[in-house]
Design a protein around this ligand. Structure first.
Ligand code: ATP
Ligand code: MG
Length: 366
């Protein structure tokens, strides 16, 4: 997949920018607060229903303006598509080749992008919610059916919680059964995805950090020992029934897929507690590479890779290992750094260089 051109206007601090990125490496460099991450976010949003930074739409529109616009030409499988995104405080509108699309599924797979940013490394140390959000997003990117299951689960969960709060609990059993049913779909898809990713992780961790350490991904949904949907359904039903008393007491569903965690394991110990900062960064980057690999297998084409704040995230050796790996692959990469690093430009042949200043972009050559 390739972004051939992109035009951004009134998006965060970007007034009006139009670029034609290089096919392979693109470096966006500039001082802090100039708009580098904003530009990556704009690119990401072109193909994704949600930003990797915020869920609040008004933040995206440039202060004092009414509407932000991102437009891009994307090439995928030899076909070009025009994607256009309009964002206003009250909502967003997506157009593909001039036609408004109403369902997330229509945009799905049109512009796949994997982001690696400082916030991603943070998810190692944060609570389960951020890892669960990561997992859900990653599963969805490669599996459009997941969104439907996930939404159904959330809707039914809300209904069940509503009943748990009220004095009249008529119908609770039915909602519990429905929750187990859709919960099983969510869990089954997550399990499948994690198994695929886990199979790739070790190789990429070694690529980044070198041999000698073992890395593993583990998803142990509460109350579930099996991997097949109908069995999971039974197990979840059993779990919900077991906790029904406390659910009634707390007025909410206290256990289930909406509370699950994804565990990162390094050298058979939890990465969160025992991994150094460098190990945590390497782990998350390896995870992202595994994700890219999976998307490439699913769609037959590599996604875009957006590496935000690369200089602060990786040391020289890891940088080198990563660049060496990326040069062997047909991936369009966008890298942001605070400096125009000679080492990076040497490692990235034919890199298109852009200077970012006050929300403006200047092409400085290849
Ligand atoms: P760093 O190197 O520190 O990561 P950066 O170049 O990535 O910096 P960005 O996060 O892209 O910086 O841009 C930040 C700037 O954009 C900030 O100065 C912020 O105030 C501004 N900004 C964010 N949202 C808006 C908005 N809606 N309207 C105008 N400016 C905004
Ligand atoms: Mg930034």
């Amino acid at each position: 997949m390739r972004l051939c051109s992109v035009a951004v206007s009134d998006f965060r601090n970007v007034c009006s920018v139009h670029i034609e990125p290089g096919n392979r490496f693109n470096l966006l460099y500039g001082l802090n607060g100039q708009g580098k991450t904003n530009l990556l976010e704009a690119i990401y949003l072109l193909g994704n229903p949600r930003s990797f930074r915020t869920s609040r739409l008004p933040e995206l529109v440039r202060h004092g303006e009414r509407q932000a616009q991102i437009q891009g030409t994307v090439e995928s499988g030899g076909i070009q598509n025009q994607l256009r995104l309009l964002v206003e405080a009250g909502g967003r509108k997506v157009e593909i080749d001039g036609k408004t699309v109403y369902k997330a599924s229509e945009l799905h797979g049109k512009l796949n992008a994997v982001v690696f940013s400082p916030d991603d490394t943070g998810m190692v140390r944060m609570g389960p919610e951020s890892r669960r959000r990561y997992l859900d997003r990653a599963v969805y990117m490669g599996d459009i059916g997941y969104l439907h299951s996930w939404h159904s689960y959330q809707r039914i969960l809300k209904q069940r919680n509503h009943l748990l709060k009220s004095s009249d609990r008529t119908g609770l059993d039915i909602w519990t059964e429905k929750l187990a049913e859709t919960g099983a779909e969510v869990v089954e898809r997550r399990l499948k995805y994690v198994a695929v990713l886990d199979g790739k992780l070790q190789k990429y961790y070694a690529t980044i950090a070198g041999d000698g350490e073992t890395s593993r991904l583990s998803y142990n949904p509460e109350g579930v020992q099996t991997t097949e949907r109908t069995m999971i359904r039974e197990e979840l039903l059993e779990l919900f029934k077991r906790h029904q008393r406390s659910d009634e007491r707390y007025g909410t569903t206290t256990t289930g897929p909406h509370r699950d965690d994804l565990t990162f394991v390094l050298n058979e110990r939890p990465l969160k507690a025992f991994g150094s900062q460098g190990q945590q960064k390497s782990f998350v980057l390896a995870l992202k590479m595994a994700e890219m690999d999976n998307l490439q297998e699913t769609f037959g084409e590599a996604p875009l890779l957006l590496l935000d704040d690369m200089s602060s995230e990786l040391d020289a050796r890891r940088n080198h290992n990563l660049m060496e790996f990326l040069t062997t692959r047909e991936i369009q990469v966008f890298i942001t750094t605070t400096e125009r690093s000679p080492a990076l430009l040497e490692a990235a042949p034919h890199c298109a260089v852009f200077r970012v200043e006050g929300g403006n972009l200047t092409f400085e050559g290849n």
